[in-house]
Design a protein around this ligand. Structure first.
Ligand SMILES: Cc1ncc(COP(=O)(O)O)c(C=O)c1O
Length: 500
């Protein structure tokens, strides 16, 4: 939701979660809304629904809602003005003006353009064919790029034809298009917890009822994953088996084979996001594309594995080149469904994309070198400044999924944001608002920023831990830490994810 916009009571209640039949005290509702404001899911300046509208839709007394809004005003999360309603704010925003802004961005895991890309773009554009002869609306993508992608899958052990590829406008578009094409309102979709947030948002938007299965930095609870698929028979399961975002874990080859088999038996289509598959730093094995494990069984009914790819993480996100590899029948369905959201990927980017794919192995080495160096810098800074945190050592990917010594991820990110360090709190990566003990810290920023960012983090965490923040911040932080929000749709059983 954009800053400054008005939020309906329905949208707010969909984020706070079902309040249930039993009376929920105003402190709890206030707590849930406070968390949403603190971790940015309700942006500052968003206009909240009127007390009357919220009371009526939530089926609570007006008094409860009046008290809820008052509690939010007291903790500095809401300002109400006659005529302009009640707007979300943060208690320590005033602090920002007193401090010199040190903008450090740990919110996105966005690596810089890979070395050699600038030259490759210059070559491509110097050599440009007359692109006005290309189709204006190109729903499936350029032949040459699809061919290059198919060849790369084939070389990596998964025979693929050009007709099994559709080029998309980035990986996020690939996720959204797949979700809209495969999921109907009310269908069950399985996701990992934690997972890439914009993926579960796309599934929710397509009408999916989500169930979740846990992943930690040690990997998947495979028995839980397979049992959940057998029990709930989801229409799709969205998974990131290589250098998982945010944990960095990779699924063992033997587990992939079991997963492919179980999903097939349950009639579940596996949507395998391989946007991060090439971000290997020092993982000693490469199992090739996940779909190899299901390619042994032939089918053409559209069930099976759908693979999503992207150049964003390995090369540069500004290219907006993604793709989907699927059964030909599925590709036809995707192409048919595409015009509702998008009419094609721009041609120049596709021409660049084709050259990138042809020189991929050489280009990606630069990315792997950068990640190797940045992982060491971040790890050293965290161990030195925040030794009380459990800092994992991922063998690939773009970030560390850090375990804090106690819950407080939302409070911490909220304080850091006001001090110029943007970060995403752990709960954003789960569908139920849990994971307050975790924080994703990307190692994609420039090296100097990694250290400056960790210094800001350590200062904020130590102040939060010792209660030496300004009174308004301390109050707010304490209330965020105490609550365990239960927004969203409850996952099946999240024992491992929530207890670790
Ligand atoms: C796992 C994963 N998939 C897909 C995407 C989407 O990337 P893009 O749309 O830039 O290709 C991201 C971006 O962070 C991601 O982490």
């Amino acid at each position: 939701m954009a800053t400054g916009t008005r939020m309906s009571a329905r949208a707010l209640l969909s984020m706070t979660g079902d309040l249930g039949a039993e009376a929920v005290a105003y402190t709890e509702l206030a707590g849930r809304i406070r968390t949403l404001i603190s971790d940015g899911r309700i942006p500052v300046d968003t206009r909240l629904p009127s007390e009357r509208e919220l009371a009526s839709l939530a089926r609570r007394s007006r008094t409860t809602i009046v008290a809820t809004y008052q509690a939010l005003r007291d903790s500095g999360h809401l300002v109400s003005r006659q005529g302009s309603g009640s707007r979300a704010t943060l208690p320590h925003l005033a602090d920002v003006s007193k401090r010199p802004p040190r903008a450090v961005n740990f919110a996105g895991s966005i690596p810089p353009p890979v070395d050699g890309l600038r030259e490759l773009i210059a070559e491509t554009t110097a050599d440009l064919p007359d692109i006005t002869t290309f189709p204006g609306f190109d729903l499936v993508g350029h032949d040459a790029l699809r061919h290059a992608l198919a060849e790369r899958y084939t070389q990596r052990g998964l025979p693929t034809s050009r007709d099994q590829i559709i080029v998309t406008t980035g990986g996020q578009h690939a996720i959204a298009l797949t979700a809209h094409t495969l999921v109907s309102r009310g269908d069950v979709a399985l996701v990992e917890s934690p997972t890439y947030p914009h993926a579960y948002e796309a599934l929710q938007r397509a009408g999916a009822r989500l169930v979740a299965s846990p992943v930690t930095t040690d990997g998947w609870d495979v028995e839980h994953l397979l049992a959940t698929i057998r029990q709930t028979r989801p229409v799709v399961a969205y998974l990131i088996p290589d250098f998982h975002n945010p944990t960095g874990a990779s699924m063992a080859p033997e587990d992939r084979a079991r997963l492919a088999h179980t999903a097939r038996a349950a009639g579940t289509t596996l949507v395998i996001d391989e946007a991060t598959v090439d971000l290997n730093i020092d993982r000693p094995w490469d199992d090739g594309p996940f779909a190899r494990h299901s390619a042994r069984d032939a089918w053409s009914d559209g069930s099976g594995v759908i693979t999503l790819g992207s150049l964003s993480k390995s090369i540069w996100s500004g290219l907006r080149i993604g793709w989907i590899r699927a059964d030909e029948a599925v590709v036809r369905r995707l192409v048919q469904a595409r015009p509702a959201g998008d009419l094609g990927t721009p041609p120049i980017e596709q021409l660049i994309g084709e050259r990138v794919i042809r020189r991929f192995d050489e280009l990606v080495l630069g990315r792997q070198r950068l990640l190797h160096q940045h992982r060491a810098v971040l790890s050293e800074a965290l161990t030195r400044r925040l030794p009380q945190w459990a800092t994992p050592w991922p063998d690939g990917g773009l970030s560390m999924w850090v375990r804090l010594d106690r819950p407080g991820s939302s409070a911490l990110t909220s304080i850091c944001r006001a001090r110029g360090l943007s970060l995403i709190a752990g709960p954003k990566f789960s569908i139920d608002g849990s994971l307050e003990r975790h924080l994703r810290i990307p190692f994609t920023s420039p090296v100097e920023e990694l250290d400056a960012g960790v210094a800001l983090l350590a200062e904020a965490w130590n102040q939060l831990s010792t209660g030496t923040l300004a009174p308004a911040i301390g109050r707010e932080a304490a209330s965020v830490i105490q609550e365990v929000p239960s927004a969203g749709i409850a996952p099946q059983r999240l024992s491992r994810a929530t207890s670790r």
